[in-house]
Design a protein around this ligand. Structure first.
Ligand code: CO
Length: 249
């Protein structure tokens, strides 16, 4: 069952989402060559304390950090580390979530570290565009498959592939609610979108093939062919008029 939120609940989720959105602005200036991903984690740790929220990921199924920091061929769930230092030309996907007054906020984006190759720039742009298409299809009366197919069309149309093994999700009083939101699929099928649903849409888009595997640390997801991957995520509320992105500052 997909949980429909009241307008008060959506307002509470917007407050959680806004704190997440503001973090992505504040972390931007720290994403540069020479910075260890553990330094970004330390900033996140201070950020949650300062804003009186709880990190959504730390402790979730035993995950050890507030952030996921996934570099280059890492897709998602990279664990911040003092020995993983960002280098010029890298791309790094940062995923961050909080809990405020019992409601979750969750978003992600991929950053360029200094100057990056035109191919990597295209990957980032296409992934962000694919998320935008998914948000554009998030309208009352549409179906879940309309979101999935819009994302897929944009990503594959740009020559990239869509990760199959990880998907977006409903979000609310838990981090992961129904429905699962694949970034691939068929328009016109699936549950009907209704005002009050809140969806975390999060395409993970690969330069090469879509296959992924998990590293021996049990968390880090990498592309099987070790080509690069990008990840953008927003939480979106379906409204009577259309939708509203909740994870903006
Ligand atoms: Co998510």
């Amino acid at each position: 069952m997909i949980i429909v939120k009241s307008s008060q609940e959506i307002e509470a989720m917007r407050r959680a989402g806004a704190i997440v959105g503001q973090f992505f602005e504040e972390i931007t200036r720290h994403v540069k060559p020479g910075v260890a991903t553990l330094h970004l984690e330390e900033i996140a740790e201070e950020y949650v304390a300062k804003h009186g929220v709880k990190g959504a990921f730390k402790g979730y199924l035993g995950y050890p950090a507030n952030l996921c920091t996934s570099i280059n061929e890492e897709v998602v769930h990279g664990i911040p580390s003092g020995t993983r230092v960002l280098r010029e030309g890298d791309i790094v996907s940062i995923d961050f979530g909080v809990v405020l007054n019992g409601f979750y906020g969750d978003a992600a984006r991929t950053y360029a570290v200094g100057g990056i190759s035109p191919d990597s720039e295209n990957l980032l742009k296409a992934t962000e565009r694919a998320l935008g298409k998914g948000i554009g299809a998030s309208l009352p009366g549409n179906r879940l498959g309309d979101i999935s197919s819009s994302v897929q069309e944009e990503a594959e149309g740009a020559g990239f592939s869509v990760v199959r093994d990880f998907v977006g999700h409903g979000i609310g009083r838990t981090l992961h609610e129904e429905p699962q939101i694949p970034n691939f699929g068929t328009a016109g099928i699936g549950p009907k979108l209704m005002p009050g649903m809140v969806l975390a849409i999060e395409p993970m888009i690969n330069e090469g093939g879509y296959a992924v595997e998990i590293l021996p640390d049990g968390w880090t997801v990498v592309t099987r062919d070790r080509n690069r991957s990008a990840h953008f995520e927003h939480m979106v509320a379906i409204t009577p008029e259309g939708n509203r992105i909740l994870s903006l500052p």
